[in-house]
Every structure is written in C-alpha cells, then in structure tokens.
Write a protein that binds this ligand. Structure first.
Ligand SMILES: Cc1cc2nc3c(=O)[nH]c(=O)nc-3n(C[C@H](O)[C@H](O)[C@H](O)COP(=O)(O)O)c2cc1C
Length: 200
C-alpha cells in the first residue's frame, strides 16, 4: 500500500506512522522555568544523533513547557526510562499547568545537574546533562505546524553503578522502555552482537 501524508488517507483503522518508526527511545526531559519551577516530561520523538560530538534532539508538537524553559535557560537534562519507571513516566506526561512540578506529581526524587542548572530523575539508570545548541522551527512544511525541534550537546553523563556489569551498561538490568505505535510500549529485553565487516 501507499498513501500521501497530505490527506493521510491510509485506509487503516489507526494512523500507522508512529508504528512504522518504532521502537523510539523515550527522553525524559528535565528543565527549570525562569521562575524556578521544576518541569519533567517524556518525549519519544527523541534520539541521540551523534557520538562525536555527543548530541541529542527532541521534538515538541506545540510550544510546550519544556521548550519554553529551555528557551529561557539554555539547558536541560534527559533521563532515560527503564521499564520499572513506566508509571512515573506516564504520570509526568499529564497536561498540567506550568506551576506544577512533575517530579513531585510522579513521586520522583529530583537531582540537580552538576554542569547544567536543570533537574533530573535520580531513579533513572542514566542521565544526560545537555546544553541547548539550537531550537529550530521546521521550514517549508506542506501543512502549517506549531512544531519545535530542540538540539542539545551532552556535556555530562550520570550512570547508576547498579546498571553496570563487566564494564558495560547491562540491558537486562536497565530494561529500556521504548515507544511503539498506537498506545503500545516495548521493553528491550534481548540483545545480540554484530560486528561491522572488516576490509581485507
Ligand atoms: C511516552 C510519551 C511520549 C511522548 N512524546 C512526545 C513527543 O515526542 N513530543 C511531544 O510534543 N509530546 C510528547 N508526549 C506528550 C508530552 O509528554 C506532554 O504533552 C507533556 O505534558 C508535555 O509537558 P511539558 O509541557 O511540561 O513539556 C509524549 C507523552 C508520552 C507519554
């Protein structure tokens, strides 16, 4: 099958787009407002996009609190979500007012970034401290959109000692949560090794 996204007539019961680009890691974005209120929200249009330099991005459909706070402060944290924090992650996505601290709402313990003035989830298995490099509005779109893409340089990384086995982040311990399509989630539970081809 093929369909054009301009009218999105896929003919299926549900829009397949998010299921097509799956699994997606969930970036749990920690920020502080200009007024000093802590903010936490999950974004699955999130990923690492470079290792040298270490860069991440997330995309906000609308001018949400996370974007406004990063515009104001220039920094954010990304806590990574393990399966055991699924409910807290979901609670933190509630559409609450800017005055609400989602760390408190979700029963999470905030830590303070060492290099950036932004809060993070101490219960997370890993946390990236990020300095915003730019926020872009996609141009030349075929449909009008209130969309923002935030890029950040990772300047500091926290890892839970309990998540490390033999010098490696142990996926069987951290069980990264991923967003699939529809209302589906997945937890990465198996891995295998594959080495790139060597030139003779
Ligand atoms: C698993 C998950 C992933 C989400 N991913 C996104 C996303 O990529 N972009 C977005 O705009 N909203 C996303 N949301 C919705 C936001 O988390 C929600 O709108 C939240 O209230 C935004 O908070 P903020 O205004 O404090 O930034 C997601 C929600 C969940 C539960």
């Amino acid at each position: 099958m093929f369909y054009e996204t301009a009218d999105n007539r896929h003919g299926l019961a549900h829009d397949p787009f998010k299921a097509i680009v799956a699994p997606r890691p969930i970036g749990w974005i920690g920020t502080r407002s200009a007024d000093g209120v802590r903010n936490l929200a999950p974004y699955s249009f999130f990923n690492a996009i470079s290792d040298r330099p270490k860069l991440v991005m997330f995309s906000s459909m609308g001018h949400k609190h996370s974007v406004a706070n990063i515009e104001a402060t220039g920094v954010f944290t990304t806590s990574l979500v393990g399966a055991e924090l699924t409910q807290q992650m979901n609670t933190s996505s509630a559409a609450v007012g800017a005055e609400v601290d989602e760390f408190a709402l979700a029963g999470l313990t905030p830590g303070e970034g060492r290099l950036v003035a932004a809060p993070y989830v101490t219960e997370a298995y890993a946390v990236l401290e990020c300095r915003m490099t730019e926020i872009i509005r996609p141009k030349t779109l075929s449909v009008p959109s209130d969309s923002y893409v935030v890029f950040g340089e990772v300047v500091g990384i926290h890892i839970s000692e309990a998540a490390i086995t033999d010098g490696r982040l142990d996926m069987s311990i951290v069980r990264p949560l991923a967003r699939m399509g529809y209302m589906d989630y997945s937890e990465a539970s198996s891995t295998f090794e594959l080495f790139r081809p060597q030139l003779p």
